[in-house]
Design a protein around this ligand. Structure first.
Ligand code: NAD
Ligand code: IPM
Ligand code: MN
Length: 386
């Protein structure tokens, strides 16, 4: 069989709990495809790596990541490493940079109509929300020169035109993908739409962002409509009327993308269902390497109790299959299986949901199935009951 090599980095706190469930789903995919083998190598990252090796990511792990076809990442950090230098979090940043995973796709979607109840936003406003934040992932304030003294500190927030341009190509590709996925009619805009969020009114890097984005759209991306929005007002609009961004890509810098994608968790009512893909290329241009990780952190407040929602990690597996392995059918099957499990309609009125979605299920009950023989969603679901 064809071998696909995955570096598995569960990380800290809930990371290993949700990773265990996601790997079961990967097992199911593997069993349905005798022509494929997912070869997994598991290693340490974050706080657990600091404890063992003194650093949040070792050179060995970075080399393994470069050598693999994809990295499946859990979550890192926690109060026990407060004040540690380097921080657990810097391990993830090094990994993103090493793999040049510059485009971080963070979908926000109300997966199932009945999940509107988990959102703090009124159902008639939030139902059917679906957009993707495309966050620049290897530049900006995260990676500029840092100075840290006791009483003064600074982070250089720098972008070059080429960094903005390569992300614009990804944002356009994502917008085209979302636009193509809508059935014709009603609220389908004539062209795919990209919303670019910046602070061009205050930051020099924001003005560069806007210039570079406008220029490349004008030069090379005439088929996609570009709209500019200041990032602060974007945050407000996402909460006030999330559906106005439907089927569009939100093209934004590293810091704003971090914050806006946690606002997505406010829209869904939990971070526990939000996956992400940090890609080293343009989706749709063949396979690219990537790091697949939930948007959320290590959730130390609920770790060790089986309370974590594994859906974000499971949907990150689906993104890995889609973007790094070009297994669209399998990716979609996982997404459908997740929907089946979450939807009360399919479960005799009792959806299988963890506490963050108002349910009582444990982490391992949500798709943590006795491994069924096919990923065909109905069978996955049936296996849950067997
Ligand atoms: P967090 O995302 O870990 O948690 C925020 C809230 O969401 C908490 O109440 C948590 O219980 C809840 N939550 C998160 N994931 C959940 C899940 N799967 N199921 C149910 N509820 C879930 O944010 P935080 O508490 O600010 O950060 C904790 C640590 O995680 C920090 O050290 C932070 O730096 C780190 N962090 C890591 C990553 C990553 O590894 N990619 C991302 C964000 C934060
Ligand atoms: C995220 C996290 C990370 C970030 C941290 C843990 C480095 O918050 O993936 O959203 O800020 O990018
Ligand atoms: Mn974040």
């Amino acid at each position: 069989p064809k071998t696909l090599r995955i570096l598995v980095l569960p990380g800290d706190h809930v990371g290993p709990e949700i990773m265990a469930e996601a790997l079961k789903v990967l097992d199911v995919v593997e069993q349905s495809r005798p022509d494929l083998r997912f070869q997994r190598d598991t290693d340490l990252v974050g706080g657990c790596s600091i404890d063992k090796h003194g650093v949040p990511v070792t050179d060995v792990v970075l080399e393994k990541a470069l050598d693999s076809d994809a990295v499946l990442f859990g979550s890192i950090g926690g109060p026990e490493w407060a004040g540690a230098q380097p921080t657990p979090e810097s391990g993830l940043l090094e990994l993103r940079r090493k793999l040049n995973a510059f485009a971080n796709l963070r979908p926000c979607e109300i997966l199932v109509p009945s999940l509107v109840g988990a959102s703090p936003i009124r159902p008639e406003l939030v139902a059917g929300t679906k957009f993707i934040v495309v966050r620049e992932n290897c530049g900006g304030a995260y990676f500029g020169e840092k100075r840290e003294e006791t009483d003064q500190a600074s982070d250089l927030w720098v972008y070059s035109r080429s960094e903005v341009e390569r992300l614009a190509q990804v944002s356009a590709a994502v917008a085209r993908m979302l636009h193509a996925s809508i059935a014709g009619g009603g609220d389908k805009s004539p062209k795919p739409v990209v919303w670019s969020a910046d602070k061009a009114n205050v930051l020099a890097s924001g003005r560069l962002w806007r210039r570079a984005t406008s220029d490349i759209f004008q030069r090379e991306i005439p088929d996609v409509e570009l709209r500019h929005q200041l990032a602060d007002s974007m945050a407000m609009l996402m909460v006030k009327n999330p559906r106005q961004f439907n089927h569009s890509a939100i093209h934004t810098d590293n810091t704003f993308g971090d914050i806006l994608s946690d606002i997505s968790g406010g829209i869904t009512g939990t971070l526990g269902v939000l996956p992400s893909a940090s890609l080293a290329g343009v989706p749709g241009d063949g396979s690219c390497k990537g790091i697949y990780e939930p948007v959320h952190g290590s959730a130390p407040d609920i770790s060790g109790k089986g309370l974590a929602n594994p859906v974000a990690q499971i949907l990150s597996v689906a993104m890995m299959l889609r973007y790094s392995f070009l297994l669209e059918e399998e990716a979609a099957a996982i997404e459908q299986a997740v929907i089946k499990v979450l939807d009360s309609k399919d479960n005799g009125g009792l959806a299988i949901r963890t506490g963050d979605l108002g349910g009582k299920a444990r982490c391992s009950e949500q798709l943590g199935l006795p491994i069924p023989s096919s990923i065909e969603p109905l069978k996955v679901f049936a296996a849950y009951h067997s």
